[in-house]
Write a protein that binds this ligand. Structure first.
Ligand SMILES: Cc1ncc(COP(=O)(O)O)c(C=O)c1O
Length: 392
């Protein structure tokens, strides 16, 4: 099956329009508004000559009409020609390592990476004798000094999904490209809506669709987006070797979420900014970590390379005992204590027990809290935070 953007939609149309119409060819919808949920392990081919036809659709693991429709929509979000689906955001992060790293090789991974991506490098890549060097997310063009002859991959995540440092994406991509190293950006924070790593020179942009793209907190999914045909071939080979597949029902759920992504992101952005600005002036908050705030150290890069901000940001509390942090979190009534973000419901977590750094030290002297602002009215969220902060 071909992937790639829905060729009917001129690129100049806005994202909301393109996402409304992507993946709705009649052959995918069979006349309905939505594509069919095609549950197929077995595919019956039309004739014996088609059994081994290159590129032919011959088995469910290679995807169905539902997957094809989702891929077309995801390509519209990231501005990509190709998209590879994965059953989770984490697997969308790990497949590039499996496709491009090798024994005796070396990879560069941002020190602010999502914890399980880091764990994969420390545990699985290490077992395969592939070395990982962590880099300071603010290293910029200095990454060139860390690239070795055996470096296979530069993996960035910007902003870091707990500490929110913004990386100089064009500088990282340019250094990797100059050395012939594949570059990957985990672009989950921006939902792909506000940041376009492929346009900034990255080879691959990864999205945990579990978060904003699905938006429903009810599906796990990930995707790798790219333009390069050869790299796409290698990623597909890795996915085929691993037996990677996505359930059609999950693909459908993510696609349903994607239809309203542009609209939801505008609301997440506005509400999170309102909440963040309120927190920024609160006496019991030491600092707000949100790249769209003028005072944030990553603001200039964010302004240059992003067109907006999502609903995820951090706050640093003054140095207080953990019992006070727990009292604050437990007093909240609208924020769920949950390890995710991007859904319609607001979430909050205490980050410190998960922070692992080896190449840089985040500028923090008090507990770090991560907030995901959902689609509730921000005035209600602020009222909830106000009463809970009284616990500190
Ligand atoms: C930045 C980032 N990348 C990847 C993932 C992994 O996504 P999933 O939970 O779908 O495996 C997450 C999940 O929290 C994340 O925050």
């Amino acid at each position: 099956m071909a992937s790639g953007p829905d060729k009917r939609g001129p690129k100049k149309q806005k994202l909301g329009t393109r996402l409304t119409h992507a993946g709705r060819d009649r052959k995918l919808t069979q006349g309905g508004v939505n594509p069919v949920v095609q549950r197929a392990s077995t595919v019956i081919v039309e004739s014996a000559s088609k059994l081994f036809e290159p590129g032919g659709w011959t088995y469910g693991r290679h995807g169905t009409a539902t997957h094809e429709a989702l891929k077309q929509a995801l390509c519209e979000i990231e501005g990509a020609e190709h998209c590879l689906l994965a059953p989770s955001g984490l697997m969308a992060c790990t497949i590039p390592f499996l496709a491009f790293a090798e024994a005796g090789g070396h990879v560069l991974l941002t020190d602010s990476a999502y914890g399980p991506t880091r764990r994969f490098a420390d545990r699985m890549l290490a077992r395969w004798a592939c070395e990982t060097t962590y880099f300071d997310p603010t290293i910029g063009a200095g990454i060139a000094d860390l690239i070795r002859p055996n470096t296979k991959l530069v993996f960035a995540e910007s902003p870091g999904s707990m500490t929110f440092e913004v990386s100089d994406a064009p500088a990282l991509a340019a250094a990797a490209r100059a050395a012939g190293v594949v570059s990957v950006m985990d672009n989950t924070w921006s939902a792909g809506v506000f940041h376009k790593p492929l346009d900034l020179g990255f080879d691959l942009s990864v999205q945990a669709n579990t978060k904003y793209v699905s938006g429903g907190a009810d599906a796990l999914n990930g995707a790798i987006h790219l333009n390069d045909e050869k790299l796409y071939g290698k990623l597909k080979d890795a996915a085929a070797d691993l037996g990677v597949n996505v359930a059609p029902d999950d693909a459908y759920a993510v696609l349903r979420g994607a239809r309203s992504l542009a609209l939801r992101m505008a609301k997440h952005e506005a509400s999170a900014l309102e909440v963040a600005r309120w927190l920024d002036q609160h006496p019991k908050v030491a600092r707000v970590l949100h790249p769209a705030l003028e005072t944030d150290p990553g603001h200039a890069l964010w302004k240059r390379d992003f067109t907006g901000s999502s609903g995820l940001f951090g706050i640093e509390l003054p140095p207080v005992p953990t019992a006070k942090v727990h009292a604050f979190l437990d007093a909240l009534t609208l924020f769920g204590l949950g390890f995710s973000y991007g859904g319609f419901e607001s979430l909050i977590i205490h980050c410190d027990p998960q922070l692992k750094r080896t190449a840089s030290t985040p500028d923090l002297s008090g507990p770090l809290i991560r907030i995901s602002v959902g689609l509730e009215d921000p005035t209600d969220l602020i009222a909830d935070l106000a009463q809970a902060l009284d616990q500190i």
